[in-house]
Design a binder for this molecule. Structure first.
Ligand code: SF4
Ligand code: SF4
Length: 109
C-alpha cells in the first residue's frame, strides 16, 4: 500500500498533514521523505492481513524516525510483527471495502 492510502494520514489545514499513529503533523513538502511517510513500514503492513491486537507506534523526527510494535492483548513490545505469525491468539483482519475476518491458517494462504 502506498502511504497516500494510509488510513492514518489525514489532511489538516492547507500545508499540513497529520499522522494518527504518531499524533504528529507533517508538512506536505516533507511527506515523501523517508523519515516521514515515505519510509514508513506501516502502509505495507496494512496491505495484508494483520492481527487486530497489533498496535504500531511511530515517532516522527527529521533526524531519525522510529516505529515500534505493541500487542494490545498482552501489552508486550514486539521486536517485529513477524513474530505474530506463530502466535496462537492471532486474529487477522484486512482493510478494504468490506472487512474480512480470517483465521490464522486462512490468512497465510
Ligand atoms: S507516518 Fe506512516 S502511519 Fe503515519 S500517516 Fe505516514 S504512512 Fe501512515
Ligand atoms: S498475533 Fe499475537 S502477539 Fe501479535 S498482535 Fe496478535 S495477539 Fe499480539
Amino acid at each position: 500500500m502506498h502511504f497516500t492510502d494510509c488510513i492514518f494520514l489525514t489532511a489538516y489545514k492547507e500545508h499540513l498533514l497529520h499522522c494518527g499513529i504518531a499524533g504528529q503533523f507533517v508538512k506536505y513538502r516533507h511527506v515523501n521523505e523517508d523519515w516521514a511517510c515515505g519510509g514508513c513500514p506501516i502502509p505495507d503492513l496494512l496491505e495484508d492481513h494483520f492481527c487486530i491486537y497489533l498496535r504500531p507506534q511511530r515517532h516522527l523526527n527529521r533526524s531519525g524516525s522510529s516505529t515500534e510494535w505493541f500487542c494490545s492483548l498482552t501489552g508486550a513490545r514486539l521486536f517485529t510483527p513477524e513474530s505474530c505469525r506463530t502466535c496462537p491468539a492471532y486474529i487477522g483482519v484486512k482493510l478494504g471495502q468490506a472487512m474480512a475476518w480470517r483465521a490464522r491458517e486462512e490468512a497465510r494462504a
